[in-house]
Design a protein around this ligand. Structure first.
Ligand SMILES: *Cc1c(COP(=O)(O)O)cnc(C)c1O
Length: 367
């Protein structure tokens, strides 16, 4: 059968392995499996959100409010923008998809860092667009500037902070770069971990309102999957000027968010205390990771997120990840990104202690 030719070049996304798989393949009981592979909030969902979902579960026969009035109002109020500045998606992934499909065709070019969120490339390739990447793994705005001038791309992706490396650009340098970008180029600021970065260092904080008022060609993406602990509910959003939002809307299927997901996101926004507490715990645990790496002479990238990337010299990351998996510890091997490194989500105290112990055990075995 013939398919759209562009699909030949589209790689498949490899998601973090589910706990069920480790139970099936290695016979480890689910309660003994630790998953530090998808940057989920290890403290679980806010009890207030859980209660809300239990209360409204009976409403799932109803289609959701397709205008998403309440969630948009809540986000508009959080960010001090208008409802028409907001589009809601099934994860911010869906907003990425809308934005790329709204801008790109097979004559288009998109610009991104060499090592960044894999979905940028996948969605762009679905349109047949050409991918331009910097030489540096981490975001290097000098290189971005050069490549922007040379290629005049339709879209520029900035992942702030960056997944899977954890580094984070300063707001000032991002603004300085955006000054040099033409208003016809859509700049996607992916703030999936912005809550973490802003907490750690205020110089990293990008306010969607200020961003879109200063740069009408920018869109800010946020998600409920990470700090807000709703990965399974699939809710994300984009904040941009109405012209951009209206065009993204043309690609949206009706009812693209479920009734329960909408309610969960609205409730989660009311419990900022829970989110802040989780972020605070995250950076306390991050300190333990840094100490562990320093004590063991492991190289790591200082992180502004809820994960840390550890680089290996004397071990093969793929083998390390496999041996950890066999012991019920799921982390992310970055071989597919061209790095001999692993990415580990910062877990709870107990999960992290277990990770340190198992990694030492595995490396001893691989010596
Ligand atoms: C997790 C993540 C997203 C989006 O996740 P959704 O669950 O689709 O909202 C977007 N960008 C980056 C960099 C991420 O890590």
């Amino acid at each position: 059968m013939k398919f759209n030719k562009v699909l030949k070049n589209v790689p498949l996304y490899e998601a973090g392995k589910p706990i069920e798989l480790v139970t099936r393949e290695y016979g480890i009981s689910p309660k003994d499996v630790v998953k530090l592979a998808s940057n989920e909030n290890p403290y679980g969902t806010s009890p207030k959100v859980v209660k809300k979902i239990q209360d409204i579960a009976k409403d799932m026969f109803k289609y959701p409010d397709d205008s998403m009035y309440e969630l948009k109002e809540a986000l508009a109020s959080k960010y001090e923008v208008e409802s028409n500045n907001i589009v809601i998606g099934s994860g911010s992934d869906q907003i990425l998809e809308f934005a790329i499909h709204a801008k790109c065709n097979k004559k288009s070019k998109v610009l991104m860092a060499k090592t960044t969120f894999a979905m940028y490339e996948i969605y762009a390739k679905q349109t047949g667009a050409e991918i331009i990447k910097t030489k540096s793994s981490q975001h290097n705005l000098k290189e971005f500037k050069k490549l922007y001038k040379k290629h005049n791309p339709d879209i520029i992706f900035l992942c702030i902070p960056n997944n899977p490396l954890g580094e984070c650009l300063d707001k000032v340098e991002v603004y300085e770069f955006l000054e040099s970008v033409d208003k016809d180029t859509l700049v996607i600021i992916d703030g999936a971990y912005m809550e973490y970065a802003a907490y750690k260092d205020i110089n990293k904080k990008i306010s969607p309102k200020d961003l879109i008022n200063t740069f009408p060609n920018a869109i800010y993406l946020g998600t409920f999957s990470k700090a807000y602990a709703l990965g399974g509910m699939r809710v994300g959003y984009g904040v941009a000027n109405p012209e951009i939002i209206q065009n993204l809307y043309k690609l949206r299927a009706p009812f693209n968010i479920t009734t329960l997901s909408l309610a969960a996101a609205i409730e989660a926004l009311k419990d900022e205390e829970f989110v802040n507490d989780c972020i605070d715990k995250n950076f306390k645990q991050m300190k333990r990771f840094e100490k562990y790496c320093n004590d063991n002479n492991f190289e790591y990238i200082p992180s502004y997120t809820n994960f840390i990337t550890i680089l290996f010299k004397n071990f093969i990351s793929k083998q390390v990840a496999q041996k950890l998996l066999e012991r019920g510890m799921i982390i992310r091997d970055l071989t597919g990104y061209g790095l001999n490194a692993i990415r580990v989500t910062i877990g709870t105290t107990t999960q992290n202690t277990k990770f340190f112990k198992l990694l030492n055990e595995v490396l001893e075995e691989l010596k």
